[in-house]
Write a protein that binds this ligand. Structure first.
Ligand code: NAD
Ligand code: TYD
Length: 340
């Protein structure tokens, strides 16, 4: 695969990880043509890629992955690869209303798979998530473990994950699936834990922590995820495979809050315990031996460095998040947390 990706479709490229990946990819492969298909939902933000919007090898298409009339002509042009980031991604919103999760995450993936089957691609990378495993009870989850998703978000991603696999087994579609742990870094919509806590603190607002704050996640710096995806896109003979991606860096939510408070020099009494999330997963963690041994990937950014970089980015880009924390966001925030 190495030099054969001349044209790539990236879906959801205006979101958090997608925009980091588009920027990473265009810098590393300046001769490759990138098409970014994004619906611009509340989480999609054209500001995320302002710096590359005029690059002649970058084309933005505003559109919905569930719409075959938009998707098919893009594949008809001849694509070498697809990376499907497009999704509804917030667990809490999926608990409020799962319909759009099923539409985009499952049906949208089906539309992309059909187009890939009809027009052909050399590689289809499905961005799944470690949440498809459900609880990591005793040890970090391995790729062959049972999928027991606990939230409507995770279940919709599990549906897409297995649908992609079925297109490999049934139609020989050259697909690969990745299941990454929780990402953090620049351009993350401030509804997710780390971006929410940092931006709240920059305004001296309380930090809402669900339940007892003991739930654990494995946190990976977003650029390390992008590097892993680059390897998955280019590696030979991995069709039909699943790769976990993670950093073996588990923290409970209370520790994350305290770390951010300390780095910003703010008092710990800003921590505010709020009602727990329904079906709240106690622990997500993945075993990453496979991607390390087979593709030679390892994370490069340790948690402290990544956190400091992330805090610096939010400090330096107040305009970016203040623009988000208006209308739709404030409405969601007020209703969801009952906090000001
Ligand atoms: P995000 O919510 O920041 O961005 C999602 C993007 O998809 C937005 O730009 C949105 O406009 C776009 N989109 C949504 N519905 C669409 C549709 N129907 N058609 C076209 N575009 C649409 O998400 P993220 O955090 O960057 O996550 C990206 C992917 O990575 C998702 O598939 C998610 O499940 C997966 N993932 C995320 C994490 C994480 O920690 N954030 C971890 C593992 C896997
Ligand atoms: P989140 O960032 O929503 O990611 P996910 O649920 O996909 O892992 O949440 C990460 C952890 O932080 C999870 O255990 C829920 C918790 N959390 C809070 O305690 N308070 C919050 O306001 C949010 C958004 C999350």
């Amino acid at each position: 695969m190495s030099n054969s990706i001349k044209k790539i479709l990236i879906t959801g490229g205006l979101g958090f990880i997608g925009s980091n990946f588009v920027r990473y990819f265009i810098n590393k492969y300046p001769d490759c043509q990138i098409i970014n298909l994004d619906k611009i939902t509340y989480a999609g933000n054209p500001d995320n890629l302002l710096d590359i919007q005029d690059n002649p090898n970058y084309q933005f298409v505003k559109g919905d992955i569930t719409d075959a009339k938009t998707v098919n002509p893009l594949f008809e042009q001849g694509l070498d690869a697809v990376v499907n980031f497009a999704a509804e991604t917030h667990v809490d919103r999926s608990i409020d209303d799962a319909s759009q999760f099923i539409m985009t995450d499952v049906y949208g993936t089906y539309v992309l798979l059909e187009a890939a089957r009809k027009f052909g691609v050399k590689r289809f990378v499905q961005i799944s998530t470690d949440e498809v495993y459900g609880e990591a009870v005793a040890v970090p989850c391995k790729e062959a473990d049972t999928l027991m998703p606990k939230s409507p978000y995770a279940a919709s991603k599990a549906g897409a994950d297995r649908l992609v696999y079925s297109y490999y087994t049934t139609y020989n579609l050259p697909a690969v699936i990745t299941r990454c742990s929780n990402n953090f870094g620049a351009y993350q919509y401030p509804e997710k834990l780390i971006s929410l806590l940092i931006t709240n603190l920059l305004e001296d607002k309380p930090l809402p922590i669900y339940g007892d704050g003991k739930n654990k996640r494995d946190w990976i710096y977003v650029t390390d995820h992008c590097r892993a995806l680059d390897m998955v896109l280019h590696a030979d003979n991995i069709e039909g495979e699943v790769f976990n991606v993670g950093s073996q860096c588990e923290y409970d939510n209370l520790s994350i809050a305290k770390t951010i408070l300390d780095l910003l020099g703010k008092p710990h009494d800003l921590i505010t315990f709020v009602g727990d999330r329904a079906g709240h997963v106690k622990r997500h963690a993945v075993n990453t031996d496979k991607i390390k041994n087979e593709l030679g990937w390892t994370p490069e950014t340790d948690f402290q460095t990544g956190m400091q970089k992330t805090i610096n980015w939010y400090k330096e880009n107040t305009k970016w998040w203040r623009k988000i924390k208006t209308c739709e966001y404030m409405e969601y925030y007020r209703t969801h947390y009952n906090l000001k």
